[in-house]
Design a protein. Sequence first.
Length: 303
Amino acid sequence: MARGDETYADAGVSLATAEAIVDRLRAAAESTGATGFGAFAGLYRLDGGERFLAASTDSVGTKLILARLRGELRACGADLAAHCVNDVATCGADPLFFLDYIAANRIELEMVAELVEGAADVCRDAGCALIGGETAELPGIYREDELDFAGTCVGLVERDRIIDGTRIEEGDAVVGLPSAGVHANGFTLVRRVLEKEQYDGGDLMAPTRLYLPDVRRLRDRLDVRGLAHVTGGGVLGNLSRILPEGLRAEIDWGSWPRPRVFGWLARHVAEEELRRVFNLGIGYVAVVPDPGDELVIGRIART
């Protein structure tokens, strides 16, 4: 395979399959009374619809493989909590509590402690209680040295403070918030590239940034019409999840500096694939009519 030709699909992950699964399961979820299936966080109505619980669940993924080898599991604990809180914040909710789940071939006390303590670090910063979790030894499912770390965050939002993208209009600005590096998505492809060329920069394993303070700051200063957490699928893929029908985002890909890790990846992965898989230095975006002095990385246009 030529330089610059590595793809997520060749590494074993299909983004198209992930999208198809959401479409297939949508009817089953909505038959239970759920709304907004496929968004970053699901909403559950309380108090006759005056307030809503917002919930999101995820896992760290294959970054855990590298983290265990490099002794950086605590960062993965931070990854998980930040990822789930960030997702909940996209609808305007403030986090209430978080739960985690650790499964492995064999549970090791130090491993569990590192993961949970890393998650607790973020939960404290977010004002989010870590109220419990579960550990499971599953040697029949996981091979030796394999583990998984998943979690769920639940938040609360008042009806008149919900941010769902429905007010986004043509001409609105896309504001970008910097990432710390790769965060926790795309590591199946990262590990494939590491087989060809090693990389030890801190922006490879840096934990996902907690964007809750930024979201609160933007909500206080600007008319925030939409929020997207940039995870698997990149900037455009995640923005598309909040845009009303008939609108698209036009991104100026040169409007921000990319962390050094993406220059390393670019030696092995084509630009189009980089944009589809990674955050490329923008970990969260807001859509606003007037961005003030915020970093503008694009505009909303008609399709």
